[in-house]
Design a protein around this ligand. Structure first.
Ligand code: ROI
Length: 162
């Protein structure tokens, strides 16, 4: 299955957090890292009294189930010392399963496609960078989603070298 994972950080050297997380994602069991986007910087969605975020999206080919993948991502978050206090507040590392093939999943622990996908430039633009012809289940063509989601203050930074 092809899965797309969103990464975000705004604490404890966010660029390093995201780079480290991508190298951890290279080590996922039963999986292969296929593609990764550039890093992007954006102001926080949510409370404004927190630092800007660094975001990226990666594509993995995996035989893990969606819930096994979620467990593996949560283990990486914990390994990188995830702290999260308030709702929509700052965090050292957030890893989200955005898409899992063309599956629609509505589980207590996991909703796929990720519910915020279509409204979040910091997810859509890096996703479109690595998969410009993507069709998102329930939502349609990614190019159409981009047209309805202004890039605003999203800034494209460097592409990581692994
Ligand atoms: N805002 C930005 N810009 N990037 C994120 O990754 C992000 N993640 C979140 C909330 C708090 C919604 N805001 C964000 O979880």
């Amino acid at each position: 299955m092809r899965a797309y994972i969103g990464l975000g950080s705004n604490l404890a050297d966010p660029v390093e957090q995201v780079k480290t997380a991508i190298s951890h994602l290279q080590q996922l069991p039963d999986s292969e890292l296929i593609a990764w986007s550039s890093l992007y910087a954006s102001p926080p969605m949510g409370p404004q009294d927190q630092p800007d975020y660094i975001n990226a999206v990666v594509e993995v080919k995996t035989t893990l189930t969606a819930l096994q993948l979620l467990d593996a991502l949560q283990a990486i978050e914990q390994q990188q010392g995830r702290i999260r206090n308030r709702h929509w507040g700052e965090r050292t590392l957030d890893l989200d399963v955005l898409l899992y093939g063309q599956e629609v999943i509505d589980d207590a622990r996991l909703q796929i496609p990720h519910p915020g996908l279509a409204l979040r430039a910091f997810v859509l633009y890096p996703l479109a960078e690595i998969k410009p012809d993507l069709t998102v289940p329930n939502l349609g063509q990614i190019q159409q989603l981009l047209q309805n989601c202004p890039q605003d203050s999203l800034r494209k930074l460097e592409k990581i070298v692994l």
